[in-house]
Design a protein around this ligand. Structure first.
Ligand SMILES: [Zn+2]
Length: 269
């Protein structure tokens, strides 16, 4: 009894002093289609880009590449300030997610995750309101490359953007300009609370592609050309909440953390 009590106190102290606050990128190579080294290199570059984007949002959340085989045991060790971002060929990603969260994997195939013609769907991430959890981000490389080409960035930068966008869905956020339905900080039903209008990190991918292809808003933004980077640096990513608009930054802080991060699972340096 006493030992258990001391162990509980030590565990509480440990979790208090070392917030995990980590997004683990899980490279998913399809042995028939991918070179594992290529997927691994991309995962590393995407993690770096995503970490830079989170810093731009004023957040301390870190992004690291997971080392080893990400199985149900690893998934069980994620704490509430973590997410796992699966990155690879569509089928390899769905298979890897199915190992740890079968219902999430099913919801991804149902949502046409990875579609790379017609409606491009590079990213699918859990939003807690859907009931399958809130800690999976999934990127399909084929469609991520199509998205990145359309917005004129390298695939690592496109992936780094989509990881943070997906983390926003994990944080109970809908797309820019939409009713969020819930207050992402209190969790209360809140139909008149909106996600700030584009440009910001929660802008729908199709909207981003159309804006960058058309450059229709460059003049209004007083820039020569609108870029993907501007959806990260837009001030409304960091704005405080108002009666009408939620705070994207506060939603991330609530879902992840605002403590110095420390990965608890094995990661690559
Ligand atoms: Zn989205």
């Amino acid at each position: 009894m006493r030992q258990a009590f001391i162990a509980a106190i030590l565990a509480a102290l440990a979790s208090r002093s070392f917030a995990s606050n980590t997004i683990y990128v899980v490279p998913c190579a399809d042995p028939a289609k991918d070179k594992p080294a290529v997927v691994a290199a991309l995962a590393k570059a995407a993690a770096k880009a995503a970490a830079g984007n989170l810093g731009e949002l004023g957040l301390k959340t870190q992004v690291k590449v997971f080392k080893g085989r990400f199985d149900a045991l690893s998934y069980g060790k994620l704490d509430k300030s973590d997410s796992a971002a699966f990155l690879g060929s569509r089928d390899a990603v769905v298979a890897a997610v199915a190992l740890v969260n079968a219902r999430a994997a099913k919801s991804m195939t149902g949502a046409n995750f990875g579609s790379n013609s017609g409606s491009i769907n590079p990213e699918h991430s859990l939003n807690p309101r859907d009931g399958y959890g809130d800690n999976i981000i999934a990127l399909s490389l084929g469609a991520t490359k199509t998205f990145s080409d359309a917005v004129k960035v390298k695939v690592a930068e496109g992936a780094g953007f989509l990881i943070v966008h997906g983390a926003g869905h994990n944080a109970n956020l809908q797309h820019a300009g939409g009713s969020n339905g819930f207050d992402p900080v209190t969790g209360a039903y809140s139909p008149n609370l909106y996600v700030p209008h584009t440009p910001n990190i929660m802008t729908d991918g199709g909207v981003i592609v159309r804006r960058i292809e058309s450059q229709a808003f460059a003049k209004e933004l007083k820039v020569e050309r609108e870029t993907l980077r501007m959806f990260v640096t837009a001030p409304n990513n960091r704005a405080k909440a108002s009666a009408e608009y939620l705070s994207i930054q506060a939603a991330f802080v609530k879902r992840f953390d605002h403590e110095p991060p420390a990965a608890k699972l094995p990661v690559q340096e």
